[in-house]
Design a protein around this ligand. Sequence first.
Ligand SMILES: O=P(O)(O)OC[C@H]1O[C@H](O[C@H]2O[C@H](CO)[C@@H](O)[C@H](O)[C@H]2O)[C@H](O)[C@@H](O)[C@@H]1O
Length: 377
Amino acid sequence: MVNIADSKSGINMEITMAISGFSPAAAPPGTYISIPKKKLLQNNNLDISSSNSRTNTWVDSMRASSPTRIKSSPFSDDQNSWMVQHPSALNVFDEITSASKGKQIVMFLDYDGTLSPIVDDPDRAFMSDAMRATVRKLARYFPTAIVSGRCRDKVYSFVRLAELYYAGSHGMDIKGPSKGSKYTKGSQAVLFQPASEFLPMIDEVYKALLEVTKSTPGSRVENNKFCVSVHFRCVDEKRWNELARQVGSVLEGYPDLRLTQGRKVLEIRPTIKWDKGKALEFLLESLGYANCTDVFPVYIGDDRTDEDAFKVLRERGQGFGILVSKAPKETNASYSLQEPSEVMAFLRRLVSWKKMSLRRQFRMRRRVEEIKMSLPH
Ligand SMILES: O=P(O)(O)OC[C@H]1O[C@H](O[C@H]2O[C@H](CO)[C@@H](O)[C@H](O)[C@H]2O)[C@H](O)[C@@H](O)[C@@H]1O
């Protein structure tokens, strides 16, 4: 185990032997690596100061519901042109697989809204058995990671597949497969927690938010270990202003925290330069694909927080993102799927395609052997 600690900033990271390629883990066991706080902290670009205008901005954003949504009616011109720019991954399946030719596909899957349908009660966002079986098969053919805003243990309790990588708390809590996977070498596992110094603060904020939002019916506070979610899906819209004020009153005392928004949820997290995009890069490095041209990452997600990962893929010019959405949204993803059932159909096709191409390769190799054997020595 490599213990990475910066005594000045108090930032601690524990890495249980990263797989390969990731530079901090290359340090000899037991050594300490200093990570300047400046490198990890970023400017809090969201206004969490106390003011009415701040509350109004939040409420406007909450009203937009899925904040990156472009207003349009079904089958409007907007929708049609959006679908041209972001075609269904099912319709262009052959295009996608031929782009991946000769490269290792690595799969990244968001959880809520991608593998499980959105429901009112976050504790009941179960994944179907059919989806679990599909993801299990997928992981046999491709390294697969679940990247979620949820606490890692919670998302694991829903997915229950030990052969996957998990990046919980928006990528701030990464763990490799606990069950043998052909993509891990020996018993090496990976654990990366870049925000561990924030644990006591997050816990404190969670408790304060629980207390202050008690008077708002329908609100729900979820402790996601390195971040906190305040749900407003079941709060009457007339009370969103009140809820935003309550959250703001708590955050005032915590300049090292920032606020982002997901689907009917306010998310409070540390102001470190770490997100789902960074988690994707970390996982690719851990898998040994740091500077490789022969890797093809595919990230499927439905939320604004998934945009960080879509953006990384665009910038790297590698693989692509698939946005799960029924409505047009501003996105860095290249393709779209409408809902989790389409995600499952896409994953199944990917598995069938891979099986077929492996069989084809096997037949070709056997044929070559037969020809070689039939040649006079
Ligand atoms: O990154 P994700 O895996 O998509 O996690 C993002 C948030 O997902 C959960 O909330 C969302 O799903 C709930 C259940 O369907 C729904 O009730 C809620 O309105 C959605 O925002 C999770 O509960 C949050 O903690 C995650 O941050």
